[in-house]
Structure formats: C-alpha cells, structure tokens
Design a protein around this ligand. Structure first.
Ligand SMILES: [Zn+2]
Length: 159
C-alpha cells in the first residue's frame, strides 16, 4: 500500500470548498486561462514555484486552490498571488466539482430573480419586495445567522 501524499478531505469539507468556490471566495487553478496555466501556476501559487510539488504529489493532484482573502496585495497578469495554497487529490477534486455543479444547478432551478438558494443552509429563499429592489441575486444567505456561520466556518479553515 502506498502512502497518500494528498490526504483526503471529509465530505463536509469538500462541500464547503464547493460552496466557497461557487461564492467566488476561492481561486483555483481552473481559473487560470488554459493556455497560461503551465506558465503562470508557479507565479500565482508561490509554494508551487518554490518546489512544493514533487512527482509523487503531482500524480495525485486534482486541484490547487486558495481563499482570495489570503492573496498577497499584488497581482500578476490580472491574477492574484498566494504565498500559500491548498491541494485536493484527484478523487476529492472530482467530488468537490460534483458538489459545485449541484449548487450551480440548484441556482438554475430558480431562474427568476425572486428566489435563490442560501449558500449556507441550502434552503430556498424568496426575496421580499424590499430586497428585490436592492441587490437581489447577489445575496447568498437567507438570514444573517447563515452569513455568520459561513464566515465562522471559513475562519476555522484558515487556522
Ligand atoms: Zn440560510
């Protein structure tokens, strides 16, 4: 049995990563234009340039990502720069993107701007008339509690 270089995440973790990705709080290697990916990856995710990926890791690698709020105050070619990054193995990356697609589809079920899905509790959420006049479909939480819990979850991840 070979040792796993990129440990598997829990289902709950993968689901949360998918949510953060969908909420555009995460930058991942897929966000780099395909033709630039190989050249740019090390300049965007600094640990990669500094030799963070050996052959064994690359074999298992499914996704490189990091939270936008961990980005450096500089950018390169319009991309953020990170001094840290997180990895998902191939199997986890697939699961995570499956979750992301589910979230995306859940949003499509409600094409009218009258409702959305709360990104935290996943309840369908119908806007009040007052909210509709403000910035409707940008809101991703059905209540403030959900927003707070979502941020708390993210902060836990950063430690
Ligand atoms: Zn909610």
């Amino acid at each position: 049995m070979t040792e796993q270089k990129i440990p598997s995440r829990t289902e709950e973790d993968l689901k949360q990563i998918a949510k953060c990705l969908w909420a555009k709080q995460i930058f991942c290697d897929r966000d780099i234009r395909k033709e630039e990916r190989d050249n740019m990856i090390g300049s965007i995710f600094m640990p990669i340039m500094l030799g963070g990926l050996n052959k064994e890791v690359v074999k298992e690698l499914g996704l490189i990502f990091e939270y936008y709020d961990k980005s450096a105050p500089r950018s390169i070619n319009g991309y953020p720069i990170f001094f840290s990054c997180q990895l998902l193995n191939i199997e986890d990356a697939k699961k995570m993107f499956d979750y992301a697609v589910k979230i995306e589809n859940a949003m499509k079920i409600a094409p009218d701007v009258n409702s959305t899905m709360c990104i935290w509790c996943e309840k369908k959420y119908t806007y009040t008339d007052e909210e509709k006049e403000k910035t409707p479909w940008i809101e991703k939480f059905c209540q403030e509690k959900c927003s707070i819990e979502f941020q708390a979850f993210r902060n836990r991840k950063k430690r």
